[in-house]
Design a protein around this ligand. Structure first.
Ligand SMILES: [Zn+2]
Length: 531
């Protein structure tokens, strides 16, 4: 039986950017767009060109994606012509494959917020769709407040949607902007809309204000809609948007949907879902939701007892899907069995061949547990785990010793009379019989330490020339007097490889030092530097 194509539209970078406390840099946006593209998302909505400098910069040049890069913006303003609206012009200029317009579809908003007539609102939709099509863009229309509008004046709400469709918009997206509509209402209204506009041109954009954005998205699909809009981890203002990280596995793993629909996310991409979800949290410097469906650390965790022993015998007894399908792991709390198999799986992943009965596995497991208990996060720091395992297996040469380091931060008035803060680091190293001293100034203490550490590694210097620090994240754990600092450092090298290392200490410089050291040693191991 041939399956129908269902399209996924991600708005993490636009609606998700409205989340309280979330501020994407251009580099963040590019990294997330790549993550979404690797996942197989059909439309990546990356922002609102013309509305802020970062989004304008994002769309200033072609960003090669497999999926359709989409720019968001308003239809032409009432009372203006399409050719005389700077906002619309910026949108049409954007280097994007598709344009997603947002327009009012609730008569109340047209009157009160836009202060215009219903006819002018419809004309604005038609003119904007036409202008974007003339520029060769695929066009989508987000009908804002569609469901509230439909409940008060169905003919007008539908006329807005129909105006865009008749003008050639590929998709008309019904938005539950206030997020208060319930699944049975969504299902009824979408079914009615689909009698006027074919369902394979209808999308759903749900907000989570009654904790039903995911359910509302599925209700719309059941009623005929064939595009789902959402965000990674359900990011979005107030209570968030429909969570694509929950929607994707349901579409792929639940027969009612997987038998009927096909999506752009491959099985291989699905198995990386946990990484995508946690990768976004790391980028936002947020703790991952342990209880998130499918991808949370507890999503497949079972406490010891009858459940756990049943799971060991037959996992299907207590699991609705197999955790590895989404890249998660079965976790049996209070049992070494699961930790052991996790460690074995991880060793296998990094390509370290160890016999499963090797007694060193138990030692590695103890070490990981002890360190994680004090704040290390090996799931996020692949390179540090790799080194920890290799050290236990005696596979890391003793390259060098840091005998001493000293970091100094000075706040003073410079020759021009300006107040400046200067950081300087001195590192004393021993490489073989050679003693080396490096001094470096940096933007901050960690930068100075990094520069000094990498300035002169003696005979190993040539192995680390391509090493660069690409991201630095700090989190304070157990707030209060017991606070410790966890530092995650992402590094990259000339081959394009990226890796993350971790350091934990009560002192931020010391935590950073550990992570920096791991990064350098990892690079040496990776480059095959001789002992
Ligand atoms: Zn929204």
């Amino acid at each position: 039986m041939s399956r129908e194509r269902l399209y996924l539209f991600d708005t993490t970078l636009r609606d998700g950017a409205q989340t309280n406390g979330v501020d994407f840099t251009l580099a963040d946006k590019l990294a997330i767009a790549r993550m979404l593209d690797d996942l197989g998302i059909d439309y990546v909505e990356a922002g609102y060109p013309g509305a802020n400098p970062i989004d304008t910069a994002f769309f200033a040049e072609r960003r090669p994606l497999r999926g359709r890069l989409t720019a968001f913006g308003m239809t032409r303003r009432p009372g203006r012509s399409a050719s005389n609206d700077p906002g619309l012009a910026a949108l049409l200029e954007a280097a994007a494959d598709a344009i997603c317009f947002v327009a009012k579809s609730w008569d109340y908003h047209v009157r009160v917020a836009l202060e215009t007539t219903e006819e002018e609102n419809l004309a604005s939709i038609r003119d904007s769709v036409r202008a974007a099509k003339a520029r060769g863009r695929e066009v989508l229309l987000d009908c804002e407040h569609f469901f509230d509008g439909y409940k008060t004046k169905p003919a007008f709400a539908l006329a807005c949607a129909k105006a865009a469709y008749d003008e050639g918009a590929r998709w008309v997206v019904l938005c539950d902007t206030n997020g208060g509509t319930l699944p049975h209402e969504i299902e009824r209204i979408v079914a009615e809309v689909c009698t006027a506009i074919p369902g394979d041109h209808v999308g759903i954009h749900a907000h989570n204000d009654t904790e039903q954005a995911v359910a509302n998205s599925f209700a719309a699909v059941r009623a005929g809609a064939r595009q789902i809009q959402g965000t990674l981890n359900g990011l979005g203002e107030r209570c968030g948007n429909a969570n694509l990280v929950s929607i994707i596995p349901t579409l792929k793993l639940k027969r009612d949907y997987s038998d009927q629909f096909e999506i752009g996310v491959s099985d291989a991409a699905l198995s990386r879902l946990v990484r995508v979800s946690h990768g976004l949290d790391e980028l936002l410097n947020r703790a991952a939701d342990r209880h998130a469906p499918y991808v949370g650390e507890s999503a497949f965790a079972t406490k010891a007892g009858i459940h756990a022993s049943a799971i060991v015998k037959e996992p299907a007894t207590y699991e609705h899907v197999a955790p590895e399908l989404v890249g998660n792991k079965r976790k049996l709390l209070v049992s070494d069995q699961a930790g052991r198999s996790n460690v074995l799986a991880e060793l296998d992943r990094i390509g370290l061949a160890v016999d499963k009965d090797d007694p060193r596995i138990a030692r590695l497991l103890d070490e990981v547990k002890e360190r994680e208990a004090v704040g290390y996060a090996y799931e996020a720091a692949d390179a540090s785990f790799d080194l920890l395992a290799r050290r236990l297996l005696g596979q890391v040469p003793h390259y060098f010793d840091v005998e001493e380091f000293d970091v100094n931060v000075e706040h003073r008035v410079n020759a021009k009379g300006e107040r400046v803060t200067v950081s300087q680091a001195v590192v004393k190293l021993k490489v073989g019989d050679e003693k080396l001293i490096s001094v470096a100034e940096g933007i901050g203490p960690v930068n100075a330490l990094d520069l000094a550490l990498r300035k002169d590694l003696g005979k190993y210097q040539s192995f680390i020339t391509g090493l660069e620090l690409t991201d630095y994240r700090v989190r304070i754990l157990n707030a209060g007097t017991q606070a410790v600092t966890r530092v995650l450092i992402e590094s990259a090298d000339e081959t394009g490889d990226r890796w993350t290392t971790v350091g934990v200490s009560a002192n931020i410089i010391d935590a950073s030092f550990q992570a920096l050291m791991d990064s350098i040693v990892y690079k040496l191991v990776k480059s095959g530097a001789p002992a």
